[in-house]
Write a protein that binds this ligand. Structure first.
Ligand code: NIG
Ligand code: FE
Length: 412
């Protein structure tokens, strides 16, 4: 173990123990973070640092917890640029999907790729995410669709997960994303196989920590989702749901009933469901890059906030609806389009995102998404004078230095 220390003008801790109404991010001015590969040991003002330690000094800059991207489809290969151009010229996302493009186009690319090729693409993508200040990334399968392809994607994700020089990876089996051509006339069997065979197989092999389902019009029904999610819950996997991206078909009630870890998208959600999410304290994962790309209206953020729903923000990185790998861009849009405060956006991409992934929460040892004694040493140094500025410089990286589990994974 090597003891290290970094200092800067503002240490944004996101530590709930330090947060106040006036300072929701728990900022330590002229602060120092002491850490090693296991965890952070101390955070406090430079004047109180003892033991003759000389920190690496980042001057008038900002240090935050490493960002946590709680919703990505980053294990894709190939490109859907032609489809994007068609959409920008007026074609509809769901019409393209119904005619064999969209998710099915990515399925063909996964089927044609080797596990090594998927691993390599995912690794480069994660490297670029690290250069944007990201230290944890949830990665979903869901472009395999057939058992072989799903296995291949999740095996590639597992390989990348072993690398300490990339962001920490949380694997999710996206069990119901789109119906492959082969299952057109055997829809029930497709869903049943996911629930009874693939969930136990992939969960048992530790290839997935979460199971996700896409509950929407032109996707899967609540009944279909229930079969898969109940099977996942039974073997101790966490549950995530894509709900209300295009229409409200009732996914939130299922998420609340089963105690899901997150509900994601929520462009279409009823007031009653917002209240239920608030009571259950299930984080909403907001995906502003996707609704921006699709030209949609934002989710009812003011209502979600008023109901006490924890708000996370994620990139949704995917080749169809969110053609970006940038969580900072998602934060910029969350502020500009969704009306989050910069503080809410930052918490939504650190502590709240970590909480939705089971990586932070009351009493949880070695949490991520915050800088506090005992937390994992994941941090980003920004070449910016204030944390509010993180949600401002669109489209470029202002990150100087990124540490994950005490090791430098990016330096500019
Ligand atoms: O989160 N909503 C479904 N899944 C993705 C899009 C997938 C794709 O188009 O490849 C999303 O937006
Ligand atoms: Fe998604």
């Amino acid at each position: 173990m090597t003891q290290k220390a970094v200092a800067a003008k503002r240490i944004v801790t996101c530590d709930p123990a330090r947060a106040t109404a006036a300072d929701p991010l728990g900022v330590v001015e002229d602060g120092v973070v002491l850490f090693d590969e296991r965890s952070v040991s101390w955070v406090g003002p430079r004047a109180k640092l003892t033991g003759g330690i000389v920190p690496e000094d980042f001057g008038d800059r900002v240090i935050t917890p490493g960002l946590v991207d709680a919703h990505t489809h980053a294990a894709w290969v190939g490109s859907r640029h032609a489809e994007y151009a068609m959409r920008m010229a007026g074609s509809d996302y769901r019409a393209i999907a119904a005619s064999g493009g969209g998710i099915l186009a990515s399925q063909r690319a996964i089927a044609a790729a080797t596990e090594e090729a998927i691993t390599a693409e995912l690794a480069s993508r994660l490297e670029r995410m690290a250069s944007l200040g990201v230290t944890t990334v949830e990665v979903k399968s869901g472009y395999g669709l057939e058992p072989e392809g799903e296995h291949k994607q999740l095996s590639a994700i597992a390989r990348v997960r072993e690398r300490a020089d990339l962001p920490n990876v949380v694997p999710t089996y996206l069990a119901l994303h789109a119906l492959p051509e082969s299952a057109r006339s055997s829809r029930d069997l497709y869903v049943l196989r996911a629930a009874t065979k693939l969930v136990p197989e992939l969960g048992g092999a530790k290839l997935a920590e979460f199971v996700d389902v896409y509950v929407d019009q032109n996707a899967f029904s609540v009944e279909e989702a229930r079969l898969v999610l109940e099977a996942a819950k039974k073997i101790g996997l966490g549950l995530r749901l894509h709900v209300g991206q295009f229409a409200d078909v009732g996914g939130v009630a299922l998420a609340v009933e089963l105690g899901a870890s997150s509900v994601d998208h929520l462009e279409h959600v009823s007031d009653a469901d917002v209240a239920a999410l608030g009571r259950a304290k299930i984080p909403a994962v907001l995906l502003p890059i996707a609704s921006f790309t699709l030209g949609q209206s934002p989710p009812p953020v003011a209502k979600l906030r008023a109901a006490g729903v924890p708000l996370a923000v994620a990139s949704d990185a995917n080749p169809g609806t969110a053609p970006s790998e940038s969580l900072p861009l998602a934060l910029a849009l969350a502020v500009r389009m969704y009306g989050l405060t910069p503080e809410e956006a930052l918490l939504g991409a650190t502590r709240v995102a970590a909480q939705s992934l089971g990586l932070a929460g009351p009493g949880l040892p070695r949490p991520r998404g915050m800088l506090a004694p005992g937390a994992r040493a994941d941090l980003a140094v920004w070449d910016l004078p204030h944390e509010t500025a993180i949600t401002q410089p669109w489209g470029l990286s202002r990150v100087l230095h990124v540490t994950r589990d005490g090791l430098t994974i990016h330096r500019r």
